[in-house]
Ligand binder design. Sequence first.
Ligand code: ATP
Ligand code: MG
Length: 506
Amino acid sequence: MNNRTILQADKISKSFPGVKALDNICLDIRSHEVHVILGENGAGKSTLMKILSGVYTPDEGVITMNGKVVKFISTKQASEIGITIIHQEFNLMPHLNVAENILLGREPKNKFGMIDFKQLHKQTKELLDRLKTNIDTYELISELSVASQQMVEIAKALSFNSSILIMDEPTAALTDQEIDSLFVVVEELKSSGLGIVYISHRMEELNRIADRVTVLRDGAYITTVNFKDTTIPNLIELMVGREMTQLFPEKNIKMGDTCLTVKNFSRKGFFENINFELKSGEIMGISGLMGAGRTSLGRALSGIDRYNSGEITVDMVNMNIKSVREALYSGIAYLSEDRKKEGLFLELSVGDNIMIPNLAIVQNAVGKINFKKSLAIISNYIEKVHIKTPSHKQEIRFLSGGNQQKAIIARLICRPKVVFIIDEPTRGIDVNAKYEIYRLLFELAKSGAGIIMISSELPEILGISDKVLVMAEGKMTALLKNDENLNSATIMGYATGQFKAMENIK
Ligand SMILES: Nc1ncnc2c1ncn2[C@@H]1O[C@H](COP(=O)(O)OP(=O)(O)OP(=O)(O)O)[C@@H](O)[C@H]1O
Ligand SMILES: [Mg+2]
């Protein structure tokens, strides 16, 4: 393959108040290759990508494109010279439909200069077909799942005909099947000559797509290597600055009594007849493909959505959960998979984001807030969860994606609960921070909580659960003890319907 250099970034530096996000970074992007950028949360990956795509201008450094020095001050200019980015946090208009989003501002026009809607839907349908998704181009973005929104972002990027495509954690919200089709597309784009810059915290993906890898640590350039000349443990070591022999902490938790019983639990059109018991100290993973009903189940258990029939018993008490408030009161807390939509107060500080939903724990009988106590809790959790921020006062929108996620986890766990339901807790989180989060979950379990973890990452389901509930098309197809005999093939077998649902769980 003819790998010519398309873009060269030289000695790039960028600071924000209180943070040197990038210090003297060099990077070259070649045609016909996937160049992976690795680094922990807050290492500077997204900042570097935003500089290459015109979102930020660098404080120092030069970018050359096809041998010529280029300067751009907007994403529009960058896309005009052939660089497009799919951001880590989506950039879609929720009230517009899929087609309008993909070709926003570039809609095909008819001879009267009006938008040609037929063409608009035809062209965007073709792009989506290339990604092998059957998303309806007339659907509103706000109606789509996170995964589908991600696919729309990708389709939008494809529509630019770029020579460089930057993907900032494109698979964080996708299921294995969707990732497979994405990688087919990436291969296709690569062989057509594009240079792809790819960021992911899912290390196992490197085996499938990485040609070269650049490692950043704390805003500094560490190295660039050919993937075939290195190993994943080696790259992890370069990334975190120390050897990591284990990806999961040791688990040594004694289970107690049953803390949650769910019987014949159904929500019409979403899931039906779910049955399980959870013990205090136990971690139950929920596995399944996109649309299997995992998130719907979590939402109904935590009072966000109504259920039609079934019974929930928390600590032996029968509960009729009709709202989030009732769920919290019963002792059930929930972490949403979609942090931007349901979780973060973007304009507020890291500290407020942790404390606001938890004020009850720092208020006295007449509602007066004990600020000293509040600050102590905030500081403790910033340290415990390793949130990288110049201060607790920093607005949360300025934190890197992974660090925002850590703040939400801190918010969830700083208040004792009987059952924690967490949906995709480590999405977008680096290997080191994942380890820390697993350790925190084990601590919660050790303190007596029961934990339900919904996750699309099979390694983590297998790495930390005691048992695994598998769902397919709204039904529970297996409840499996996580012992040495359990592997991802078995879970996938039940998740895809390749194995018949287990008899004893119905
Ligand atoms: N607009 C901004 N204002 C202030 N600080 C910022 C801003 N953007 C990024 N930062 C800071 O710069 C550093 C690098 O952030 P960046 O988002 O590039 O990290 P990242 O490597 O992409 O991390 P992640 O894996 O979590 O996405 C972080 O400390 C972050 O808090
Ligand atoms: Mg990032």
